[in-house]
Every structure is written in C-alpha cells, then in structure tokens.
Design a protein around this ligand. Structure first.
Ligand SMILES: Nc1nc2c(ncn2[C@@H]2O[C@H](COP(=O)(O)OP(=O)(O)OP(=O)(O)O)[C@@H](O)[C@H]2O)c(=O)[nH]1
Ligand SMILES: [Mg+2]
Length: 221
C-alpha cells in the first residue's frame, strides 16, 4: 500500500515536470481545465476538503498524503460550456515541502488551509503563501481557508485581522469538511475567481469527479 502510494507520488511528480502542471489546459473535446492546488500544514484537512469538493462522504480514517493526489472534477457549466478543475491535494508534512513548490507551477488558484483548532497551522500560513507567491506566479489567486469549524476553535476572526497577510489574499472563508460547512461557498468562490466577469448560476455548481485521464496526452512533453 505504501509502495503503491510512493509510486503514484513519483508518477505525479513526473507529470508535474512534464507539463500536466500547466494551467488552463485544454483536453478532450476542447474542454477548459483549471489547476487548483490545496496546501497547508499536515492534518489541517486538505484531503478531507478535496473529498468534499468532489461530493464524497467525510472519512475519519484518512491517511496522511504522500507527495500529492490529483482529482479531476467537472466543476460547473458556463453558458453551456463545461468547466473542469484539476485539484492537486498536496502533502503537508515537512519532508515534502520542496515538492509542493513544484506542484504549484502554473496553478490558477491556491487554497491555503489552516486548522482553526491549531494555532501553529495558522502561524505557518505566511510560509505557505510565500511558497505560492514564489512558485505559482502573480496570476495565481489565493483563497485562505480556516477548516474544522465544527470543533472548538482556537484561532478567531480577530487573530486573522492582526495578521498582515490576511489583507493580501483574494478571499477568506471557513469550512467544516466533516459537515460540508462552507463547501458550496468554497465552490462559488473558486468559480468566481477563475471565471470573473462570467454570469454565474449558483445552482449549477456541482463538482462531480470524473475519471482522471492519465492515459490521455494532456499537452505532455
Ligand atoms: N472534526 C473535523 N475533522 C476534520 C475536518 N477536516 C479533516 N478532519 C480530520 O482531520 C484529520 C486530517 O485530515 P486530512 O484531510 O487527512 O489532513 P491533510 O491536511 O490532508 O493532512 P496531510 O495529508 O498529512 O497533509 C483526519 O482525521 C480528518 O478526518 C473537519 O472539518 N472537522
Ligand atoms: Mg492529505
């Protein structure tokens, strides 16, 4: 099981170097695909949020992510055109941090997650945002997410306002991956920053996971 994960992680690393990491790819019959990267400390709930975005049920037994996982989701229809997002769920453990920087290449949106019950994860937000600024380019939008609102919170709104970086991000929201709290808002915010200027219909935001076309050439090297 561990070896399988290591192999998959290695494959993902290769793909990221080979061009799958580029933003706004077009695949299949000319469908648009945007790259969204989840990052933040270990255990903050990135994988749980990725599951929630894909409309999958919450699980207590999630294992720590190794390298990163990629999910391709049909995100919404805009004027009859299907929009897809490629969600990169990165590993928060320190030993994978150098790789996380490479996964950020070409991303359209970075979802920087902290755990509202864990102050250290909140303090480290500065570091993750610095990674995004250094590796993803200036066009990448940053959405800050305070997760686990269903538990007793240690980080409160005032703490956020005391943090200079809070005023530099494109949006902030709070979620509970456990109870899907804030997940629809998150979908809406991601769609809004990606497709600004488009007329958005809230009821069309359905993130449905589809098969990752790893066997297709996605503008690869
Ligand atoms: N109560 C509660 N637990 C959560 C929530 N989100 C995640 N968890 C739990 O927190 C633990 C860590 O969640 P993960 O999604 O694996 O965390 P991660 O950020 O992906 O961690 P790494 O992959 O190691 O970087 C798991 O036991 C989840 O079930 C939440 O909103 N509320
Ligand atoms: Mg994870």
């Amino acid at each position: 099981m561990f070896l399988r994960k290591v192999f998959l992680g290695f494959l993902i690393s290769c793909l990221s170097f080979c061009g799958l990491a580029q933003s706004t790819r077009v695949f299949g019959e000319g469908k648009k695909i945007y790259k969204v990267v989840l990052l933040g400390d270990a255990d903050v709930g990135k994988t749980a949020l990725c599951e929630a975005l894909g409309n999958r049920a919450f699980r207590d037994d999630l294992e720590p992510t190794i390298f990163a996982g990629i999910s391709l989701m049909k995100f919404c229809d805009i004027k009859g055109e299907e929009v897809f997002i490629q969600v990169w769920d990165t590993a928060g453990q320190e030993r994978y941090r150098a790789l996380t920087k490479t996964y950020l290449t070409g991303s359209n949106v970075a979802l920087v997650v902290f755990d509202k019950t864990n102050r250290k994860s909140f303090e480290n937000v500065d570091l993750w945002i610095e990674y995004v600024r250094d590796s993803a380019g200036s066009n990448c939008k940053i959405i800050l997410i305070g997760n686990k609102t269903d538990l007793e919170e240690v980080v409160i709104r005032k703490d956020l306002k005391d943090k200079a970086i809070y005023f530099t991000v494109d949006d902030y929201l709070e979620t509970s991956a456990r109870y899907s709290g804030g997940i629809n808002d998150l979908k809406y915010i991601v769609a809004r920053v990606l497709l600004k200027g488009e007329r958005l219909k809230l009821d069309r935001f359905e993130a449905v996971e589809i098969e990752l076309p790893l066997n297709r050439k996605v503008g690869c090297c």
